[in-house]
Design a protein around this ligand. Structure first.
Ligand code: 13P
Length: 254
């Protein structure tokens, strides 16, 4: 995986109250203590638990990120939060364009691009999620879909900002289904994503971009996914909710 940043991320989605967030992070702290990993380990709790999460993760290797962010700085946008609000909480990461946002909440490549622009105006590290649905894979359109999603989301990114972006490949058919992509399928998709980035920003920028795999990652399949040359980390849903299993994923990722 060359010199790329290795990231093990846990997307908690709509799970855990603030109290549960605190106790899970405290448990995770204990389990990760003494574990030698050069990976960045990040959890993504719901918005209302972020402050608690940052506090519980203080002085540990654990980092905290948000699951989404709006592009405007302030104003009449009921229900939204801004980049500055997240930054002042002490967060370091934000997920953008998760397939659940796309499928359930109308997110498009264009809205992901706007969010990404706003994030890059600040200091957070964006993790841009892309991935095909089953029907697209079965009709051999995976490459085309990934190219469109990467191209669409990154279209307004300035060349000097590409180095701050992380991409997550999450095939929609593998999310929450128990059907993990095989290491070879993940590696091929990551290669396609890297080619799309190379076409836009050049080969060396593409070679330095970390690309994570997500979709039914578990302690048992982490090592084989991570052994692929193009897989630089994992974005874990269900298996990140339990501190013991997420710690096992971190351990297995090496
Ligand atoms: P699962 O690990 O539960 O399949 O979820 C993956 C995911 O969507 C992470 O963002």
């Amino acid at each position: 995986m060359a010199n790329r940043k290795k990231i093990i991320a846990g997307n908690w989605k709509l799970n855990k109250t603030a109290g549960e967030t605190r106790s899970t992070i405290l448990e995770l702290r204990n389990k990760l203590a003494g574990l030698a990993t050069r990976a960045e380990v990040v959890v993504f709790p719901p918005f209302v638990s972020l402050e608690t999460a940052v506090d519980a993760a203080r002085e540990t290797v654990l980092k905290v990120g948000a699951q989404n962010v709006f592009w405007e700085k302030s104003g009449a946008y009921t229900g939204e939060v801004s980049v500055t609000m997240l930054e002042t909480l002490g967060l370091e990461f934000v997920l953008l364009g998760h397939s659940e946002r796309r499928v359930l909440f109308g997110e498009t490549d264009a809205t992901v691009a706007r969010r990404l622009e706003a994030v890059l105006d600040g200091k957070l590290t964006p993790i841009v999620c892309v991935g095909e649905v089953l029907e697209e894979r079965e009709s051999n359109r995976t490459g085309e879909v990934l190219e469109r999603q990467v191209g669409g989301a990154l279209r307004n990114v300035a060349p000097d900002h590409i180095g701050r972006i992380v991409v997550a490949y999450e095939p929609v058919w593998a999310i929450g289904t128990g059907k993990t992509a095989s290491p070879a399928i993940a590696n091929d998709a990551h290669t396609l994503i890297r080619s799309s980035i190379a076409a836009m920003f050049g080969r060396s920028a593409a070679d330095e971009t970390s690309i994570l795999y997500g979709g039914s990652v578990k302690p048992e399949n982490t090592a084989s996914l991570m052994s692929e040359s193009e897989v630089d980390g994992v974005l874990v849903g269900g298996a990140s909710l339990d501190a013991a299993s997420f710690a096992e994923v971190v351990r297995a990722a090496g």
